[in-house]
Structure formats: structure tokens, C-alpha cells
Design a protein around this ligand. Structure first.
Ligand code: AMP
Length: 173
């Protein structure tokens, strides 16, 4: 099992959710026991024993990988959610999308001060979502150790926006 096999399983869906977007569908990885195990293993091997206390995950596809990873690392799990979904007191960050804007939120008490946090999402595109999420982690008192993505769309240059953070993204298109 290899990164090459994971990459080959990512399914391109043209014009989803709107015309002109080539959507990278990760459900073929999720439904395959060996591929799902390897996807989590890539991150687990990288971070095991390195002191990650919390895995912060982005609504909604980040949840699919982050929960399994946090369990494996014996870390806690912190959801970063779309506005209006978290029940307790929140910090919010609004950022620009291709059309319009979006707001993400995190619970104000998600972290102990200075706690090492790994941010995980399924895919890095322009980097706006991850940048807003990293800023939320910091406002809530966490220390961002690394930003991890299963997939990076490198032609969108999200890394440039995230230059102040280490990034790990094993599958690149
Ligand atoms: P961005 O803020 O541009 O980096 O977008 C990243 C977020 O949007 C991630 O949460 C992805 O799940 C989602 N996303 C953006 N572009 C795609 C794409 N082409 N295929 C699948 N998901 C995408």
C-alpha cells in the first residue's frame, strides 16, 4: 500500500459543486479498508510520539480522517465548524471564498494555553480555509505544530498563503 495507490483512488468529479470546479472525491479511499488504513497511517507514523495533544479538524471532510487519527495518536479532537453549529462560546473567523465569504468557529476553551495542535483537512486548495482555521487555533490558545492535508492542489499555491506554517500533504495534483 502506497501514496501512489491512494492518489490513484481519488476520483475526479467535474463541475461539482458548481460548473468549472474539478472536485476531488475521497470517498473511494474511505470505503476501502486498506486505503483508509493507509491514509490514517501516513499521518499517524509521522506524528506518533511527537507530543501532539489535540488534532483540530475542519468541517466537514476533515472530520472523516481526523477522528481516526486523534484516536490513534491518543490525542484529543477539536472540531472547527461552520458558523452556528458549535453550542458553547466561540471565536469566529471570516474569510474570502471564490464567490462570497465563509465563517468558521471554534470553542473558546478548546485548548490549554500553548498546547501543541495538529490541524488536519482533506484537501488544500487556495489555503483560505486552513489559514482561518490556524488563526482560530491560535486565538483559542493552541500552538499550531503543522498543517496536514491528504491532498494538495499545488497549482492553486495555497502554500504561499500558509508560508508561516509547516505543511505536510502526501498526495499532490
Ligand atoms: P481552500 O480554502 O481554497 O484551500 O479550500 C479548501 C477546502 O475546500 C477544503 O475543506 C476542501 O475540502 C474544499 N475543497 C476546495 N477545493 C476542492 C476540490 N477541488 N475538491 C474537493 N474539495 C475541495
Amino acid at each position: 500500500m502506497s501514496v501512489r495507490a491512494l492518489k490513484a483512488a481519488v476520483r475526479d468529479v467535474p463541475d461539482f459543486p458548481k460548473p468549472g470546479i474539478l472536485f476531488k472525491d475521497i470517498t473511494p479511499i474511505l470505503k476501502d479498508p486498506a486505503l483508509f488504513h493507509e491514509a490514517i497511517g501516513l499521518f499517524a507514523r509521522r506524528h506518533r510520539g511527537k507530543g501532539i495533544r489535540k488534532v483540530a479538524v475542519i468541517d466537514a471532510r476533515g472530520f472523516l480522517f481526523g477522528s481516526a487519527l486523534a484516536y490513534t495518536l491518543k490525542a484529543g479532537l477539536v472540531p472547527i465548524r461552520k458558523k452556528g453549529k458549535l453550542p458553547y462560546r466561540t471565536f469566529e473567523a471570516t474569510y474570502d471564498l471564490e464567490y462570497g465569504s465563509a465563517t468558521l468557529s471554534i470553542h473558546t476553551d478548546a485548548f490549554e494555553p500553548g498546547e501543541p495542535v495538529l490541524l488536519l483537512d482533506d484537501l488544500l486548495a487556495t489555503g483560505g480555509t486552513a489559514l482561518a482555521s490556524a488563526e482560530l487555533i491560535e486565538r483559542a490558545g493552541g500552538r499550531v505544530v503543522e498543517l496536514d492535508f491528504l491532498i494538495e492542489l499545488s497549482f492553486l499555491k495555497g502554500r504561499e498563503k500558509l508560508a508561516r506554517y509547516p505543511i505536510f500533504a502526501p498526495i499532490r495534483f
